[in-house]
Design a protein around this ligand. Structure first.
Ligand SMILES: CC(C)(COP(=O)(O)OP(=O)(O)OC[C@H]1O[C@@H](n2cnc3c(N)ncnc32)[C@H](O)[C@@H]1OP(=O)(O)O)[C@@H](O)C(=O)NCCC(=O)NCCS
Length: 153
């Protein structure tokens, strides 16, 4: 299996959105991804043998970057792809953002407290919880808070 990363393109949106719908109970719309592309967010796809199996979306502001989405196709989960994608982001973001961007001091993300796999992964990679956002995520019967995590701690 060969793993590669490249910038997300408009032509990828149907495949990306199919994965999004399979992976999340409350998926982003195609328009959400399109807006991220036109806003200049760092949007990448993970290719396994030339097939899109994951993607990430990162917004950056001054010295902080914010992971807005990080997802692996359900059938490809549990094989280390999520770890590789996050590692790729954590190591490569300064280069990907380019020399016009100042030095990054931290990487932030939100995660559902119920998302044990993601919290396990982020914690193992060195992220620490720095707070909670109330009523952040929709659920079947209301809202769920978000755990806010930062790297480095
Ligand atoms: C979170 C996600 C990106 C992880 O990707 P993945 O490819 O499945 O993760 P990996 O195979 O790299 O595994 C990462 C770690 O999570 C662990 N893990 C997997 N499922 C787990 C579970 N149910 N409970 C606890 N840990 C779990 C793995 O054991 C692994 O840790 P290890 O290397 O110490 O064994 C993926 O599950 C996903 O896309 N989920 C749906 C979208 C989502 O929730 N994204 C995160 C939003 S904040």
């Amino acid at each position: 299996m060969s793993i590669a990363f490249r910038p997300m393109q408009t032509d990828d949106l149907a495949q990306v959105h199919a994965i999004e719908c399979a992976a999340y109970p409350f998926p982003w719309s195609v328009g959400n991804f399109a807006d991220c592309l036109t806003s200049g967010y760092l949007c990448e796809v993970l290719l396994e043998d030339d097939t899109i199996q994951g993607y990430s979306v990162v917004a950056s502001m001054v010295d902080e970057a914010h992971v807005l989405n990080c997802c692996v196709a359900p059938e490809a989960q549990g094989r280390g792809l999520g770890r590789q994608m996050m590692h790729h982001l954590m190591m490569g973001l300064p280069d990907m953002l380019g020399s016009g961007h100042g030095p990054l001091t931290s990487l932030l993300l939100e995660v559902r407290p119920s998302n044990a796999a993601a919290i396990h992964l982020y914690t193992d990679l060195g992220f620490c919880e720095i707070g909670r956002r109330r009523d952040y995520y929709p659920t079947a019967d209301g809202r769920e808070e978000a755990v806010v995590m930062r790297y480095p701690a």
